[in-house]
Design a protein around this ligand. Sequence first.
Ligand code: HXC
Length: 534
Amino acid sequence: MSQQTDSPLEEGQKPRQTPKALARLKSLVQKVEEGGGAERVKAQKARGKFTARERIHYLLDEGSFQETDLLVRTRAADFGLKDKDIPADGVITGFGSISGREVAVYSQDFTVLGGSLGLAHAAKITKIMDLAMSSRVPVIGILDSGGARIQEGVDSLDGYAQIFYRNTMASGVIPQISVILGPCAGGAVYSPALTDFVFMVEGISHMFVTGPDVVKAATGEEISFEALGGSSVHASKSGVCHFVAKSEPDCFRQVRELLSYLPQSRWERPPRIANPDPVRRKTPLLETLCNLDPKKPYRVHHILWQIADEHKFFEVQESYARNMVTGFIRLGGDVVGVIANNPGHFAGALDINASDKSARFIRFLNSFNIPILTLVDVPGYWPGLDQEHGGIIRHGAKILHAYSEATVPKISVILRKAYGGAYIAMSSKYLKSDFNFAFPCAEIAVMGPQGAIEILFSKELAAAKTDAEKKSLRDKLIKDYSDKFASPYPAAASGSVDEVIEPADLRLKIIRALRLLKNKRLPGQNLLSRNIPL
Ligand code: HXC
């Protein structure tokens, strides 16, 4: 039989799908694509916001979006819903690509019943999340919603529960990203909180469990949306938000950049890129660190910019717990997650917020096969009543737990100070770190010289007759202690530091170690580790 006879269409025969059927589809699609209508779209734009569809087009590779469930309708009928037109039930779902890699996406449409979430809306989201899980691709949620759809009562709440359940099941399996581009209120905030990364935009995004009116009624406090739950509050105070953007396009650019460091799922490695930066590039500028007064602060970012491929460091949670810096670099083309004490803020000491921030990031890296580089310059734990009563014991333990359970390659470098419990916590040898390097100016001891001699020689110091005598004794004791302990050599002698390295070789040493560890395998390596919010 010829191919022509195989065709359902004979020569001159009309297509089986009549233009009328096609026209119907087109008109249905067009109607849904108009969202909440011209007036509400105008109001959305007047707030400086894009529409739900525009957002998807900004986020994804051009022309790559494939929509799912466009024609879904709610079956809810109470409180006038029966007579309401609710296009796409207020959320657009589908998939597409970012830099050629597939992602699943949903985008709440505030122009349709305020983007509120009813059962059909929730079902669309859970369906696309399920597809992301089975297809092993990241899921990105764009949230702009008044929360649970009041007219749908408990069904709306159950809809949220179904999303939260999936957020939890997907945790550590596929990367989950939440982009808040409007209100995110009430229990609705807990979906982003369960995901790995939260993006907000200045002046547009607001997150809170109870809004300004409820706060006023309950406590008498008067507070604006921005001061209660704006981007700057969540980026610097609560730690809920990981990235802040100045505008929606800037936000989508950042989401795309973040994804360039992530694998598609826990079964993959992050994408390797061609590296134009020589692996053997020396880092002699780092020698200045060894000439610096040990009490002098500096931003650890300078070290990261020196060693990273093309001097590029992508920081995560830049404004929160700035004494601990977290983020991504590439070394020799491979992605590495960084945890670094930052002497430029609180002397780089560990506190409650730094512990939570780093422990959660370590757990994320471990879930997604990303090696961990730890840069250590830590004087200890931040002292004080608020820290002790706030539970620094409980929070600090999270770092120990996160490093100990991590089976990905772990490399640490002691740049300067590594004292006491903080030395142990920062990926020390016996938490099963693979390579522990130290600079020649590293000081590794139970505590700093000043504190140590006050404890060890309190009687001798008290017995000194004059202030001058006391000072001279103190200076001598500090010098003796420093000569013995304020160096990397006792640790190198015991093997808890593998190698004392020249600062100029830092980049090369780390890349060589990473290459050796590329196929590192440990018992328990493939166990699922979820990224629980800490
Ligand atoms: C149904 C809603 C809605 C909701 C807004 N709308 N929120 N419809 N359910 N939750 C509708 C409005 O009726 C309006 O419809 C349209 O969306 C736009 O809302 P406006 O109020 O006109 O917009 P704006 O002035 O910008 O204020 C936005 C807002 C406000 C701040 C989000 O709407 C608001 O406070 N909504 C309620 C927020 C809230 O408390 N949510 C928590 C619900 S409880 P028309 O037809 O006039 O355009 C919850 C618990 C979840 O979410 C628990 C999960 C575990």
